[in-house]
Write a protein that binds this ligand. Sequence first.
Ligand code: SF4
Length: 754
Amino acid sequence: MVFDIDMIKKVYAALPGKVEATRQLLGRPLTLAEKILYAHLYAPTTTPFERGKSYVEFAPDRVAMQDATAQMALLQFMTAGRNKVAVPSTVHCDHLIQAKVGATQDLAAAVDTNKEVYDFLSSISDKYGIGFWKPGAGIIHQVVLENYAFPGGMMIGTDSHTPNAGGLGMVAIGVGGADAVDVMAGLPWELKMPKLIGVKLTGKMSGWTSAKDVILKVAGILTVKGGTGAIVEYFGEGADSLSATGKGTICNMGAEIGATCSLFAYDSKMADYLKVTSRAEVAALADGVKEHLRPDAEVYAEPAKYYDQVIEINLDELEPHVNGPFTPDLAWPISKFAQAIKENNWPEKLEVALIGSCTNSSYEDISRSASLAKQAIDKQLDMKSEFTITPGSELVRYTIERDGLLSTFDQVGGVVLANACGPCIGQWARHIDDPNRKNSIITSFNRNFAKRNDGLASTHAFVASPEIVTALAIAGDLTFNPLTDTLKNKNGEDVKLDEPTGFELPVKGFAVDDAGYQAPAEDGSKVQVIVSPTSDRLQLLEAFPAWEGTDLKGLKLLIKAKGKCTTDHISMAGPWLKYRGHLDNISNNMLIGAVNAFNDKTDTVKNSLTGEYGAVPATMRAYKAAGLGAVVVGDENYGEGSSREHAAMEPRHLGVRAILVKSFARIHETNLKKQGMLGLTFANKEDYDKIQEDDSIDIVGLTTFAPGKPLSVVLHHKDGSTDEFAVNHTYNEQQIEWFKAGGALNVIRAEAAK
Ligand code: SF4
């Protein structure tokens, strides 16, 4: 048993009392999110929290980390002065495996290439009591769903798709590594009380429609920003009709609308999934408190009274969707997709179709896709585009191999990739004749920003359910609508694909030979953490300096970024993943994807000391060498995307003092605060236009830095004129302490030493 049953028993034993106390406190019926959140307060409260306003301290039950983010999180944890993690925690080796040939060779190559990182993660996990999932064991969110997620629990994970565990009724939130360090050190974890969006699902899906289409539709309604600062809670008879893994898919992609997390109520589908994944004991315990694992009945009756926003979707009428390209909220019902392709002149030819990943590799997904591959064989159809399958875990892979599904894919030319992120995160050595040629791919993954999958700006990436991806792979053409159109088979006959069929759960149960789990040492005190001093991939951390106690004067403008600036633009993934444990080396990718508002170029900014244009990291290193700090200016939703704290640590390491933007993505804003950076927003968004390329910048008001009190920015322009305006911040008392100490870790270490 890899999960901690005693911890779950403790949570459930306390749940009824905590829920009743919350009902009394709020004086009304409760949503499910409220029950779970208030049951996980770090300390009891006598006053209700205000949604969207109050900062709240929580005590999550678990922490999960993937190998790219775990390196920096655990390097930080090492400096926090603790002997063992305070809550059950796990590390998952999934992000560093490059897809090139196929599962076996790619895994072997990754184990070789990443040996020093895996040795570090394995040894540090062993030392500090952390469960370690080896390369090949699977993708973090699938492994968490199969082993650790439980209804009514709360977890954080150092990956933006951590909310996947909402499929089993868990409040599961993606955070930066610094937050994971807090929780592993036994400290409270802070979050602004989320707003609540209710999504009522009526009816029942059938035919080609799948759970993926629910979230693709929701993304179209709410857009990439619509869920920001909110928990999305699904309810209604339609919600209860979805499989637990289908619920997981929906919660997973809640990250694409910026939601804090998404959540489904405990039901028989969740119980079935817990039982089939060797957790009957958890299901029995959950049954014992089941009324506390669902919203109160009054919430169902009058949802608008209890949620800040309510959306209704009728599953009877829901069409399969295809979203993209370049953004996951550009939603097309399949009946309108062909027209959209033609009108926008997107490449019709489908070159590669990819199914699986943490988002969609459940037994249900794979068996439904395999039913289409089987039809292709039976109906004498060729698979026209390249087709890859990424199982989410070894448990899934072993089971689908046993049940002959992988062999069906093999017969149509499908390539099974390692149980890892691979093409989903740019770890894909794609074979393409001309990398500049406009081309289309489609995935059943979650994210489709430019360059996300293969690093190529020319690739138009679309997202759909595994069933639709498979059908389009057979057609090789994005204008094909499998619900209405026919295909010519090898005999020249017109044939139509039947609706996909599959199994929610394996009839013979799941099986696995070696799941790839390594339990930590009982006593880790003698275990040595392996870090080579000559490594270019791992570097022990030094503390950041404390604030100097004065206003910041004479800062340089490093870059005024224009338009979308995601964490991929700030700290690119792909080839840079390899330096995730080496702060100085990875800092050479800082902001190289951001577009300079003054020349529309990436990675080309003016060095105001020399007047010459150069790369962003090199320019910042020149300022640092001259003893100068700098400011980065950005647009709306700066830092959206992933939870990587490197996007905050790199500017901090190279001497950037403040990030000043029109608005922030939540996780990134928190990460900046943790690293002792200033994250500021324009009080008046038009002031963004006042920033000029050669400005010298002062930040004023820091000696009286206080919650809710704006600071001032003074711009000294080249012509001698100045502009002054107010900037807002969301720092509370504790976060201001972090800023003053030079970072949250400096505060933790000082407390541990007391
Ligand atoms: Fe891996 Fe992609 Fe899932 Fe992230 S979204 S955990 S990169 S498979």
